[in-house]
Design a protein around this ligand. Sequence first.
Ligand code: SF4
Length: 330
Amino acid sequence: MARIFSGIQPSGELHIGNYLGAVKNWVRLQAEHPGAIYCVVDYHAITGSYDPAVLRARRWEMARSLLAAGIDPAQAVLFMQSDVPEHTELSWIFTTITPLGDLERQTQFKDKSSKMESIPAGLLMYPVLQAADILLYRADSVPVGEDQVQHLELARDTSRKWNAKFNVEFFPEPKPLLTPTRRILGLDGSAKMSKSLGNTVGLLEDDESIWQKLRPAVTDPARVRKTDPGNPDVCNIFQLHKAFSSEATQAHVAQQCRSAGWGCMDCKKVLHEGMVAELTPIRRRAELLAAEPARIADALSDGGKVARGIARETIDRVRDIMGLGSLHAP
Ligand code: SF4
């Protein structure tokens, strides 16, 4: 059975964009692929300037959010990347076979580095660490959003190059498992949902707070008056209905929108009901976890042990193939 690996940055509490774009899919996949490996990639969070106290809190909140969202330590391996030092060891090994030009061509590197005066080498090497994250577990399938496909391509190249250099078939070529939900736009209806843009709904927000955010959210811009027929296909609220409402409700919403039977507030109230129905159990689980923090620490500690076991096996084999490892007379 295919081994699944995926990682998420420790950005603190999840928002519904992370949830719909990645984590909801992880929860589904853990049942289909027991032993799926999910990692909070905290080494990736230190390439820019950051506050250690904030990072500490965000790692914790991300772990709590993931468990509350349904990642089940009995089915999946959940751990912190920095608990498994082999990630950085394999990353160093891969830097020795990765052409600099391939890294400089990465879109995310070009975007981020163009705004910096002094570019940390870690920003350039980020995709090499990402390749190491995946290949350390010899994962064959990686659930990703479309914006990560280029980085996965580099992991596939790395696997091919390393195998060819040492004339072995050791690392698989990991394939993307594209997340079924397309990119989730923020409530401004124009940019990707992102905490830094302030256009998110937090996964753990209460019902009233969610409603206060939905009320002013951007809809079909051509629908000015309630009597104007709308076009759900261009409306971000309808995209959220696709994630939170039943198919029957979606069909009814579309019909009411096109016929101007409902105003946008009526439509948002129905969306709010769907969101509350899905998010309330998650929020309740998060509250229980906050009251019993040892459950979070234990889950991460157990996951770290399993991950280190797999990682150690890979690294021992890699060292042996490369002429490193335990010393003996040639
Ligand atoms: Fe969007 Fe709903 Fe308003 Fe139509 S009725 S424009 S789908 S919010």
